[in-house]
Unconditional design. Structure first.
Length: 287
């Protein structure tokens, strides 16, 4: 199982330093996040920065790390601009970019405060599917036109393809063993992996426990072609500061079927850039 770290707080320069230290100390991946600060500056909201700019800077100073964001809110990105930014980071990094993707959090002000943006989750889901389909066509290198539910474009062609032919996509999918939400789960099955969110938790609650992962992996295995390419199961969590306990956490996640553990600290009351740097300088314990 691979282990990554989210740069959830800090300036762009601090995040680049965090990524370099992560690579130096044996982490497998570095992830930023995709948010836009549109709130009143006096409200105490932390500033946010363009994720692709940060990832491009990180790509230029690292050699091994998988790069991405937890997660890209695709419905508020123009797909042709997104495709160009993703291709840029993909080529700059030698094909190390992945795209964890989702609808965006319900209170994202870039949706709720900007006229014309989709606010209903169903509309965002339709647009997410449109954008993913558009990206897949763009990465083919062929000229295409597109007609989706909310997205329509005339002829387009990107002459450059991703370094490895495509860029892995990991959609967020909600898991509920009693009633699996088929739309989000089937979306993940069509792509390269899944970032599970357990129904009833917030997207950043990191509540996908080993029993949830085992249920999800078993459900997916019954529906995926056994000969298909590997499928990543990407969970968020917080490792114990005790190496022995951390190894047990990772071993339990790996035994359940997770392929990535992403160390994720989102609470601004307890997390600072300095705290994240301390985490990055800890060599990840391996199960």
């Amino acid at each position: 199982m691979k282990i990554g770290l989210v740069g959830s707080f800090g300036t762009p320069r601090q995040q680049v330093t965090l990524a370099r230290e992560s690579e130096r100390h044996g982490w497998d991946g570095f992830f930023t996040w995709d948010g836009i600060s549109l709130d009143d500056p006096g409200a105490g909201v932390a500033p946010t920065y363009d994720p692709f700019s940060i990832l491009a800077a990180v790509a230029a100073v690292t050699e091994r790390l998988t790069l991405g964001a937890i997660v890209f809110a695709l419905p508020r990105h123009r797909p042709w601009e997104l495709a160009q930014r993703a291709l840029t980071v993909d080529h700059l990094s030698g094909g190390r970019l992945v795209l964890p993707v989702g609808l965006g959090v319900p209170i994202d002000r870039a949706f709720t405060s900007v006229h014309g943006q989709p606010t209903a989750l169903r509309d965002r889901a339709d647009l997410l599917d449109d954008v993913l389909a558009w990206l897949s066509r763009a990465w083919s290198g062929e000229e295409f036109s597109f007609e989706g539910t909310h997205l329509s474009t005339g002829p387009f062609r990107f002459p450059a393809r991703p370094a490895h032919g495509s860029i892995p996509v990991w959609p967020v999918a909600v898991w509920d063993a009693a009633k699996p939400p088929l739309r989000s789960l089937n979306r993940a099955l069509r792509w390269d992996g899944v970032v599970p969110q357990v129904r009833g938790t917030s997207p950043d609650a990191a509540e996908a426990r080993p029993e949830h992962i085992a249920e999800l992996v078993a459900w997916a295995a019954s529906r995926r072609d056994p000969a298909a390419a590997p499928w990543d199961v990407v969970i968020q969590g917080r490792l114990s500061p005790d190496d022995g306990e951390a190894r047990d956490q990772l071993a339990a996640a790996a035994d359940a079927g997770a392929t990535w553990w992403v160390e994720s600290w989102w609470d601004p009351a307890t997390t600072t850039p300095e705290h994240l740097l301390t985490l990055a300088r800890r060599t990840p314990p391996r199960p």
